[in-house]
Design a protein around this ligand. Structure first.
Ligand code: IMP
Length: 418
């Protein structure tokens, strides 16, 4: 039935919508699961046989499809150490994961100096810090764009690799004047890199090795972060450094003539954000605190407490528009069970003027926004008629149907509405 079908699953908020779980639910029917963006900043929580895993770089696959192939595309920034740990950990439960893993040789590597730069540049930004995950993602992407990045294919030529590392470390020492940076040694970095790379030597591939097969197979493209963290369309500069929208898929895989059959947008029934940046519906009272506690809203990568607040229809409509989604998946509505009245932001008031739609994220940065809420009747559980009313209200407001509702953290905790 799925022969050749291609779908994408993308986040519509500031990440942490529960994409990993949704991907692992849909995954069993797909020949390939593909990551095209992000890096070790991502933290997708999935359950394999009741055991909880957090994927940072490895696609969130299905444990029930042992021939499924996994691709980490050229748009992903890879920290090989993180990936190795992840593969080793998952392999204890599902033995042949590594045999099915493809890593595009054009992907850029995150190296030790990127993590140092991430830390230093956050510190130097003072009160303009972004609150990054400090995994080196931004600095590695900056090197890629600056054409000084180290790609996996560079590992094939030791002489060239050493020259590239020497150039990078020389430049960074000069620019950053920092003890940690001064202590870096190109040869040592190269040796440790080559040692880790040895583990993956059969996994590094050129797109020619998989391109035709992927185009003729069923594929699930797994988004990272969420549209509001997209480098171009998110709440810039409080964003990540790669493309979280559907536009990132061709760019991050080299599959230029790709036609997607369906794009699913994942939204959580309330909103969270980690790190700095505007968040009009943030609730800093004990109600927000309760959402954090009941929803377990702590960063999957950094453990930081997530900022919590209510659903924002203006931001969601914006995200639906810029992701081109065809269908929605609603997650974590069960966290709201038992709340008497549920606030949903239907408009912003800025300088006394009411906005019911926005297309300029800059407005969020430069203005004091007063969110205007509509209060929906709460529900006991997800079978309650009030929950169905809430879902219909969202569908009506967003102009897209909510096809799937996630009812809990385990892979199969879902029901289909349409
Ligand atoms: P970076 O991607 O580590 O550079 O962080 C930039 C911003 O994106 C920070 O606000 C991070 O908290 C946020 N961020 C990055 N990855 C994720 C994620 O997977 N979930 C939620 N927020 C993220």
């Amino acid at each position: 039935m799925l022969k050749g079908q291609k779908i994408a699953i993308l986040g519509l908020q500031w990440g942490d919508e529960g994409k990993g779980k949704v991907v692992s639910y849909f995954a069993k029917d797909y020949d390939w699961i593909v990551r095209f963006s992000g890096g070790p900043n991502a933290g997708h929580t999935v359950y394999y046989g009741g055991k909880r895993f957090i994927h940072h770089l490895l696609p969130s696959f299905s444990k029930d499809n042992s021939s499924q192939k996994l691709l980490i595309g050229s748009g992903v920034l890879i920290d090989l150490e993180v990936l190795k740990e992840e593969v080793e950990s998952v392999s204890k439960i599902i033995s042949n994961v590594k045999d099915r893993l493809y890593i595009d040789k054009k992907a850029n590597l995150i190296l030790e100096y990127h993590k140092i730069v991430d830390e230093l540049s956050e510190r130097l930004k003072g009160n303009k810090a972004i609150g990054t995950t400090k995994r080196g993602v931004g600095p590695a992407q900056a090197d890629k764009i600056n054409r000084i990045g180290v790609r996996i294919e560079d590992l094939e030529n030791e002489k060239l690799l050493l020259e590239k590392l020497e150039m990078n470390i020389r430049m960074k020492k000069e620019l950053w004047k920092d003890e940690k940076m001064d202590s870096l040694d190109s040869k040592k970095i190269m040796d440790s890199l080559l040692k880790t790379a040895e583990f993956f030597k059969d996994n590094f591939k050129s797109s020619i090795d998989y391109r035709d097969e992927i185009l003729n197979s069923s594929v699930l493209f797994e988004g990272t972060q969420g549209l509001l963290l997209d480098i171009d369309f998110g709440t810039y500069p409080y964003v990540t450094s790669t493309s979280c929208s559907s536009g990132g898929i061709s760019q991050g895989t080299g599959l230029a003539n790709l036609k997607l059959d369906k794009i699913y947008g994942v939204l959580k029934a309330y909103t969270t954000r980690v790190g700095e940046g505007p968040f009009p519906t943030e609730d800093k009272t004990e109600r927000g605190e309760k959402l954090r506690k009941v929803g377990g809203e702590f960063g999957a990568t950094t453990g930081r407490p997530r900022r919590c607040g209510w659903l924002d229809l203006l931001l969601l409509r914006y995200a639906v528009r810029y992701s081109g989604v065809d269908s929605l998946v609603l997650t974590k509505a069960d966290i709201l069970n038992g709340i008497e009245k549920i606030p949903v932001c239907v408009a912003y008031e800025i300088d006394g003027k009411r906005y019911e739609d926005i297309d300029d994220m800059g407005l969020l940065l430069t203005n004091k926004i007063k969110p205007i809420y509509e209060y929906m009747d709460g529900w006991k559980d997800l079978k309650d008629v009030n929950f169905e009313k809430y879902v219909r209200f969202l569908e009506d407001q967003l102009g897209v149907s909510i096809e799937v509702v996630s009812t809990g953290p385990e892979t199969n905790d879902v029901f289909f509405r349409v």
